[in-house]
Design a protein around this ligand. Structure first.
Ligand code: ADP
Ligand code: MG
Length: 398
């Protein structure tokens, strides 16, 4: 541990009253937008085995189980250190935001693929969440080397976590590799970071996509009325507000188009982006800094026609005159072939067809592509959900 981090950890232990009686900080394992995370040894670990929360909470009530129910440990068990991750949430986060994260984590306990909250402490304005330490390696070190079976196991774990979270009607909002800690050696992952998570239906207001069933006629009507006005100068329509929280490159199209009734399907899109990264062996796959550019990146794949209907679903209009964006777009298989240098870009239509036929994809890769297409469905209503995903050929029977 370098001197600066050591000093930072010492300072934290000095200022957070009593923390050093329970934890010995070992190293810094994460530094995010909202927190610093440290690996630490829990010096009193046996006190909360069996999922008991033994800490007297702020209201003074001791939630410990009676001594008779406490687990007895043998000497060898006692000597094996127990590691935890201490998530020190920046004091600039609002109390509501911190409370929300802890509350959702608590509610989600009980799924092996979601990180369980052991406990949490507050000293003055500083809150720390205590989580079991989960060994993992940086995504960038292994994502290019994954076999299709490796990918299937990775997504089995991720979609199992999502299925649990979504059944609880919670949207994670920030699915990406750094928030899904994967232990490549053990083929196991855990979903972490509920800092942006929210209950489905929070700030919900009507969005035309909810009528998606009757969309065809509705859409063409909308298109006729909106497009006839052309580009609007001195736009005095009320601006639309929608939750955009998430990470660039992983935002679903409905988030980009400011849908006001976002659902758990936004997490499925982000998981799809992770799979696209693995299949194309490119990370980050999407990388634009703002939402307009992000829309353009997506349009480059899907084409103008599908982007127009996608925008209309949410009462928005998509138009572009960027010459590289075609009307029809490409299949995801083709994008993956390009990204992995199995076919050359450009050339006539016929040549491309031949090349695609020659650069054959294995049957497993085709199944992966088919699953990918179900996750990256532009219309959230048509996109696969986590439970359906578990039944898809890509994940079934593992
Ligand atoms: P933030 O909201 O700041 O992104 P996260 O909860 O995502 O915070 O944690 C930041 C990083 O800390 C993670 O990407 C991961 O590397 C590490 N981390 C978080 N929780 C754990 C854990 N339980 N075990 C091991 N490492 C963790
Ligand atoms: Mg994070």
């Amino acid at each position: 541990v370098d001197g600066v981090v050591r000093e930072e950890m010492d300072s934290f232990c000095r200022h957070f009253k009593g923390i050093d009686r329970r934890f010995r900080l070992i190293s810094k394992i994460g530094e995010g937008t909202f927190s610093s995370v440290y690996k630490a040894e829990d010096l009193l670990y046996d006190r909360y085995e069996n999922d008991w929360d033994l800490d007297a909470s702020d209201d003074g009530r001791d939630r410990s189980p009676p001594p008779s129910k406490r687990r007895k440990f043998t000497e060898t068990q006692r000597r094996r250190p127990k590691y935890v991750a201490i998530k020190k949430i920046y004091v600039t986060s609002s109390p509501q935001r911190i409370m929300n994260e802890l509350e959702l984590l608590h509610e989600l306990r009980g799924c092996r693929d979601v990180v369980p909250l052991i406990t949490a402490f507050r000293h003055l304005d500083q809150v720390v969440a205590i989580l079991p330490y989960f060994k993992h390696v940086d995504f960038r070190t292994y994502f290019r080397a994954l076999s299709f079976d490796d990918m299937r196991l990775y997504f089995k774990s991720l979609f199992n976590a999502l299925s649990h979270v979504h059944r609880c009607k919670i949207i994670h909002r920030d699915i990406k590799p750094t928030n899904f800690l994967y232990d490549y050696a053990r083929r196991r992952g855990v979903l972490v970071d509920f800092g942006l998570a929210e209950r489905e239906g929070t700030d919900w207001s009507h969005c035309p996509c909810q009528l998606s069933g009757l969309s065809k006629s509705h859409n063409s009507l909308m298109q006729a009325t909106t497009l006839s006005t052309g580009y609007i100068k001195n736009d005095n329509r009320p601006s639309r507000r929608a939750n955009r929280a998430g990470t660039r490159g992983f935002r679903a199209p409905e988030v980009l188009f400011k849908c006001t009734s976002q659902t758990t399907k936004i997490d499925i899109w982000s998981a799809g982006v992770v799979l696209l990264t693995m299949l194309s062996k490119r990370f980050p796959f999407f990388n634009s800094a703002d939402d307009v550019d992000a829309t353009i990146e997506i349009a480059t794949i899907f084409g103008k026609a599908r982007m127009r209907s996608c925008a209309l679903l949410h009462g928005a209009v998509f138009e572009t005159n960027i010459p590289t964006i075609g009307e029809k777009g490409f299949t995801l298989e083709k994008i993956i072939m390009w990204a992995t240098n199995r076919i050359a870009g450009g050339g006539g239509k016929e040549r491309e067809k031949d090349e695609l036929r020659e650069a054959n994809m294995s049957a497993t890769e085709k199944v992966a592509c088919e699953f990918l297409a179900r996750c990256l469905e532009l219309d959230p209503a048509k996109r696969i959900d986590a439970d359906e995903a578990m039944e898809h050929e890509f994940l079934r029977g593992l």
